[in-house]
Ligand binder design. Structure first.
Ligand SMILES: [Zn+2]
Length: 257
């Protein structure tokens, strides 16, 4: 299976609609093609965000009654309709929903902050960092410098920022370096160093702070993503990923070492 075929079938694959042999071919392609695997992972994350993040509303009784009577009207004609031979599940165009989902997450983040009585500075920064993380998962947004070598990534920040983020080598622990980029949090440029874990993306946001004292590592969950935050030695760190909490904590410990 080639890349074009793979990408066309990804939505069906995620929804479990493909015949087994085709699904197997596709999953084989994903293990050999990093680019398609990246798109798959991004779609999967979006689908997850969409499923977990959207609120289900119960329709008001009046609306339900209207829908029921409309359905009864529909049933009245006696002409038998041919039943389709193959009953296909509803195809969900995940790819085109992706952009919408990102908007939903972004705007719900804003609402979340706006409707809290006294939003703590930390939680609103967390929402901002999460929005950046989700935006970074769109094609071509992940890295400004793509490299698995810290000797390429670390110097890239020189002259672009007034501080230098630490870029430890964690490949041997199963967290390969993917690259780095410049991002904005609270209107100021911050360093983002990007690592991978299997098909998961881990964004590490770093910036110097004037806040006094250290803050212990805390893990929060939002919209299906895990966020790890701590402050030490005058540096704020936020680590975001859809990786499970246990492995993300392990990553956080390695990073600080
Ligand atoms: Zn491919």
């Amino acid at each position: 299976m080639n890349c074009a075929q793979t990408r066309e079938l990804l939505s069906g694959y995620i929804d479990g609609e493909l015949p087994p042999d085709q699904a197997m071919e596709l999953s084989e392609h994903l293990t050999t093609c990093a680019e398609c695997a990246g798109i798959y992972e991004e779609l999967l994350a979006t689908v997850r965000t969409l499923r977990e993040g959207l609120v289900k509303y119960r329709a008001p009784d009046l609306l339900r009654a209207r829908v029921r009577s409309a359905l009864r009207e529909e049933e009245r004609p006696v002409v038998a309709r041919p039943t389709p031979r193959v009953r296909r599940g509803l195809r969900v165009p995940w790819r085109s929903l992706a952009a919408a989902a990102i908007l939903v997450v972004a705007s719900s983040g804003i609402t979340f902050v706006a409707t809290r009585d006294r939003p703590s500075a930390e939680s609103s920064i967390g929402e901002e960092v999460l929005t950046s993380h989700i935006r970074s998962l769109m094609p071509a947004h992940l890295t400004d410098v793509a490299s698995n070598d810290q000797h390429n990534v670390k110097p890239w920040f020189n002259g672009r920022l007034d501080f230098s983020p630490s870029v430890p080598r964690l490949e041997d622990a199963g967290f390969p370096l993917l690259g780095g980029r410049l991002d904005y949090v609270r209107g100021r440029p911050v360093a983002v160093v990007v690592y991978g874990r299997r098909q998961h993306v881990i964004n590490v946001f770093t910036w110097p702070t004037d806040a006094s004292g250290d803050a212990a590592r805390t893990l929060t969950t939002s919209h299906g993503y895990n966020l790890l935050h701590w402050r030490s030695g005058g540096v704020e760190r936020w680590v975001v990923s859809d990786l499970n909490a246990a492995e993300l904590r392990q990553f956080g410990m390695l990073l600080e070492r």
